[in-house]
Design a protein around this ligand. Structure first.
Ligand code: G6P
Ligand code: ZN
Length: 543
């Protein structure tokens, strides 16, 4: 088989964001586009010769083609072994586990997460390091630097590898090992949770629905929830992964999983429901008549994790991204364990997990996980919830009420303004940044500003500093507004406004969310002049 060295030139914009490189599928399909980026990754990690790498993705349109290109490039450059999920499928947490379990040097994950899939939709590629976690900033910066000076890439001239058959084949000098994407992951889950207890609870009548949104978790959820735990057949819906996710957004949020929310708010709702996203790392949790915000879910999981065998010895600490509500901090404080506040992006949890400082991590963007892998993990969160429900024998609603009456309640919402012209969004943030020193002491809508800053993170493990991670405004009553620009959008800028208001255990715990947040919303608009500078009267998406 012949190795071709193909001349190329740098392509602008190959800068990995919060979670890898995400672009329109047609952008990725342009000549040399994928190859340039893959070569930049290979160069940034010091080549792949002799290395073992994992490869898989969420099954979206072009996933299979991109996988073949990556295989031919890694084989051309001397990789020892490529461990590939059957049909090039691997959920993000399963890929993370496989990298760790097999001691691989890293892995390529093909996904644009919860973004829609298809020729006219989105595609993405990220590289995870040997710890199983997303590449750290230092590596993504090197990848970008290589992409700006690339002049050639190497690729094998070869037929496609048949990725449908489990087993090992050879591509030039590289062994291609095709594995069942589910089995190692399911085995890991069995070590963390009390499957017997959950099985008994399900057979005693606990009902559930899991919406796989036609994305990668379908096969995982069917195997684990229906086959191994005995949930009724049909409990997992939209279980078949489709290249266009059935035309929807595979995003487990009240907006894109509105049917599931409707089901849970109506008569005849099951006891518990959940959904996951395109690549299986996000989750949404619902009980009969109740939606659990991701921030609250992290707090409840932190307070109850010891009920699952994998966490019976307690937690070392809890970490959350800065915009995530502070509900989990309250749990950590009461338990006397450490809590950490990191910038948005799962990669910032990696050092805390590797160093044994945090056991659970979570983000407001529907991500929760633990030190079992180095990614957030949708099905893991579902199983931990099920383990807790089985152990406590109480409905979700009662668990939430008990939690709030113990710790107080952090009312929380995120308002997104999407596809805002980049200049307008940058100007809004710049204007806000400029006024930061003058804000403390000022009042808006009955709220007085206590502090205002541009969030900067000092990693306690490696001492690295990350600046400019979002504007954070704290009010004297414990309310909070955070504003930042998304790092995962593919069109213009997305302005995210995170709103939080705290009520102590003896305070008002049953307010309607809009009423609870009204003063914070008004103060945010007054401070950042959102309507004026974006020209938008209301957010596009509210979660
Ligand atoms: C991805 C990342 C998360 C992040 C989320 C939102 O899912 O893995 O870590 O919280 O995107 O990021 P964004 O920059 O769009 O707010
Ligand atoms: Zn995802």
């Amino acid at each position: 088989m012949q190795v071709n060295t193909v001349a190329t030139a740098p392509i602008a914009g190959q800068k990995p964001g919060t979670s890898g490189l995400r672009k329109k599928t047609r952008v990725f399909m342009q000549p040399h586009y994928l190859e340039n980026f893959v070569q930049s990754i290979i160069d940034a990690i010091g080549g792949v010769a002799g290395k073992v790498l994992v490869l898989g993705g969420d099954g979206r349109y072009w996933n299979d083609r991109a996988a073949q290109v990556i295989l031919r490039m890694c084989a051309a450059q001397g990789a020892r072994r490529m461990i590939v999920g059957q049909n090039a499928l691997l959920s993000t947490p399963a890929a993370s586990h496989l990298i760790r379990k097999r001691g691989a040097d890293g892995g390529f994950i093909l996904s644009a997460s919860h973004n829609p899939g298809g020729e006219d939709a989105d595609f993405g590629l990220k590289f995870n390091s040997a710890n199983g976690g997303p590449a750290p900033e230092s590596l993504t910066e090197r990848i970008h630097a290589h992409s700006q000076r690339i002049d050639a890439y190497q690729i094998l001239e070869a037929q496609d590898v048949d990725l449908s058959r489990i087993g090992t084949t050879q591509l030039a000098q590289t062994e291609i090992e095709i594995v069942d994407p589910v089995s190692d992951y399911a085995a890991l889950m069995e070590t963390l949770f009390d499957f017997d207890l959950i099985r008994r609870t399900l057979s005693n009548g606990l009902t559930l629905r899991f919406d796989a949104m036609h994305a990668v978790t379908g096969p995982y959820a069917t195997e684990i929830l229906e086959r191994r735990l005995g949930a009724a057949a049909g409990s997992v819906v939209n279980a078949r992964p489709l290249p266009d996710f059935g035309g929807g957004h595979p995003d487990p949020s009240p907006v894109w999983a509105a049917d599931l929310v409707g089901l849970m708010m109506g008569d005849g709702a099951p006891d518990f429901a959940a959904a996951s996203d395109g690549d299986g790392d996000r989750n949404m949790i619902l009980g009969r008549g109740v939606y659990v915000t991701p921030s609250d879910s992290l707090a409840v999981l932190a307070a109850n994790a010891h009920l699952a065998p994998g966490y019976a010895r307690g937690l070392a600490g809890v970490a959350r991204s800065m915009p995530t509500s502070r509900a989990a901090d309250l749990v950590a404080q009461k338990a006397g364990i450490a809590h950490f506040e990191t910038p948005t992006g799962w990669k910032f949890f990696g050092n805390l997990l590797d160093d044994g400082r945090a056991t659970l991590c979570g983000e407001e963007s529907a991500g929760t996980g633990s030190d079992h892998v180095r990614e957030k993990d949708g099905l893991w969160a579902v199983l931990l919830w099920l383990n807790i429900l089985a152990h406590r024998g109480e409905p979700v609603q009662r668990i939430m009420a008990a939690h709030w009456s113990e710790y107080g309640r952090n009312y929380y919402s995120r308002h997104d303004y999407e596809a805002v012209p980049t200049e307008a969004a940058d100007a809004l943030i710049a204007a806000l940044r400029a006024q930061l020193p003058d804000l403390p002491g000022r009042s808006h809508d009955g709220l007085t500003i206590e502090s205002a800053e541009d969030f900067s993170y000092l990693d306690p493990v490696d001492g690295s500093r990350t600046n400019g991670q979002g504007i954070r405004i704290l009010f004297t009553d414990g309310s909070r507004v955070v504003l930042r620009l998304s790092g995962t959008g593919t069109e213009g800028a997305t302005l995210r406004v995170y709103l939080e208001r705290y009520q102590p255990p003896e305070g008002a715990l049953d307010l309607a969310l809009d009423d609870a947040l009204a003063p914070v919303i008004a103060a945010a608009d007054a401070l950042a002049r959102i309507r004026e500078l974006t020209g938008r009267q209301a957010p596009d998406v509210t979660t």
